[in-house]
Write a protein that binds this ligand. Structure first.
Ligand SMILES: [Zn+2]
Length: 432
């Protein structure tokens, strides 16, 4: 083996140790007969409101639970919709022809293989009545190297997306998400490889969400390999076909803030730049029970007409979702979020587009009123009203007078200062 090859091999070994996709030991679930810790499904009029956890890992990648145990854990915690999204990154290769590869333990590896992954998760999904199991995966669709040999500076190592609806090996294989890192430095590719990837998923009828959009991980190994994630917040409003973004928990400081990237995407929608709004979810990124996490680290409440996977996907496409985290909001749901120019609207209008012709009354409440540090009503990225309880009622004369289309959303900050709740927006236009 030549010097260069030895160096490349070393780099691959370092990568394999450092990237965090190393196969974890399975941790068995202790059997429990206790009732679920939270209510998995609420019924309100015509609505079925299901508690979901949409970004989770199993022993197929860096999780410690087998898929079967994860499903049981979901039952124990009171999760009605469980997304399984293992990492694809099974090997990382270095060299022009991917000469040297390291097995990093994801599902797209020689050891597992995409056939086996999709077959097994799809089978569990069809056999399991409760929770509803969604087959998905998590992927970093493009990484590049900016370092000169023998150094490697890997960019975008945590620019991750969770994908649903690409659930056969055939659809997966055609996805534009190249493997491998070149030894010679590459230029910053800009948004293109990510847009190509998102457009493919959407073109095939799938759904794609940006995961942990504020990840700032920086790692350095033996002075040889640098992994730079940098905060990929710019992806949120630059990927025009993205279905959604996990504002909870890793989008709270910037992306989910008033006038942050999430609101900017809705402004793009109002301006006709984006075909669809961008929806918010809460995502757990659950791996192992020894960490201070569970399947409710980030929760997504789905508003459905019946409890089925098809209805969950419909809610994901239509923004019929509420994202939440923290102790204060573990056993509540949004029972009213509506806009109207007439008295008496009591409805869930998450994600809807409503035409009005007068000043608009916005109403928001939970199924029970609780004290909060702050409830914020946000219009087009600006806070226009606040409250110290979880109930908000506000008449907006201003928006009607101005006559331009608007979107409203509500954010709650719990009494503990840590708990958060985000509604998806309602869009209002005027008939005149
Ligand atoms: Zn990730």
């Amino acid at each position: 083996m030549g010097n260069k090859k030895i160096q490349a091999l070393m780099i691959v070994l370092v990568l394999a140790m450092g990237c965090g996709y190393i196969h974890q030991e399975r941790i068995l679930l202790t059997k429990s007969k206790a009732p679920p810790e939270t209510t998995p499904v609420y019924q309100m009029g015509d609505w079925v409101i299901a508690r979901g956890s949409v970004h989770n890992h199993t022993t197929f990648s860096d999780g410690c639970r087998s898929p079967e145990d994860l499903i049981q854990q979901a039952r124990n915690e009171g999760i009605a919709v469980l997304g399984i999204t293992d990492h694809r990154e099974g090997r990382t290769c270095v060299g022009k022809h991917h000469e040297i590869c390291a097995n990093m333990g994801g599902f797209d590896s020689k050891k597992v293989g995409t056939e086996k992954y999709f077959e097994q998760i799809n089978r569990l999904s069809s056999e399991t009545e409760s929770p509803l199991v969604l087959t998905g995966f998590e992927i970093g669709p493009y990484m590049w190297n900016e370092g000169y040999f023998p150094y490697l500076t890997l960019k975008a190592t945590h620019w991750h997306f969770t994908v649903y609806g690409i659930d056969t090996p055939e659809l997966y294989a055609k996805m534009p998400a190249p493997w491998g890192i070149l030894m010679k430095p590459q230029p910053d590719p800009g948004i293109k490889p990510y847009a190509d990837f998102v457009n493919y998923v959407i073109g095939q009828g799938g759904l794609v969400f940006q995961a942990h959009p504020e990840s700032t991980e920086y790692q350095r190994y033996y002075d040889l390999v640098y992994l730079l994630a940098a905060a990929p917040t710019h992806l949120t409003d630059n990927l025009l076909n993205l279905t959604g973004v996990a504002v909870i928990p890793s989008g709270l400081n910037q992306v989910g803030q008033p006038a942050g990237e999430w609101d900017r995407a809705q402004a793009q929608y109002l301006a006709g730049i984006r075909e669809k709004p961008l929806w918010a979810t809460g995502d757990s990124d659950f791996e192992c029970p020894d960490l201070p996490y569970n399947l409710r680290t980030g929760t997504t409440l789905f508003y459905l007409k019946s409890l089925s996977k098809a209805e969950v996907f419909k809610a994901m496409r239509a923004g019929k979702m509420v994202a939440l985290m923290g102790n204060d909001f573990q056993d509540i749901f949004v029972s009213n979020f509506s806009v109207s120019d007439q008295p008496g609207a009591e409805k869930i209008m998450l994600g809807e587009e409503v035409k009005l012709n007068g000043p608009v009354d916005i109403r928001f409440s939970l199924n029970k009123e609780i004290p909060v540090q702050e409830a914020k009503l946000i219009r087009n990225g600006k806070v226009i009203a606040t409250s110290k309880t979880s109930k908000l009622e506000f008449r907006d004369e201003d928006a009607f007078k101005k006559g331009a289309p608007v979107f409203y959303r509500v954010e709650l900050v719990g009494e503990d200062g840590r708990s958060r709740l985000f509604t998806n927006p309602i869009f209002v236009d005027w008939t005149r």
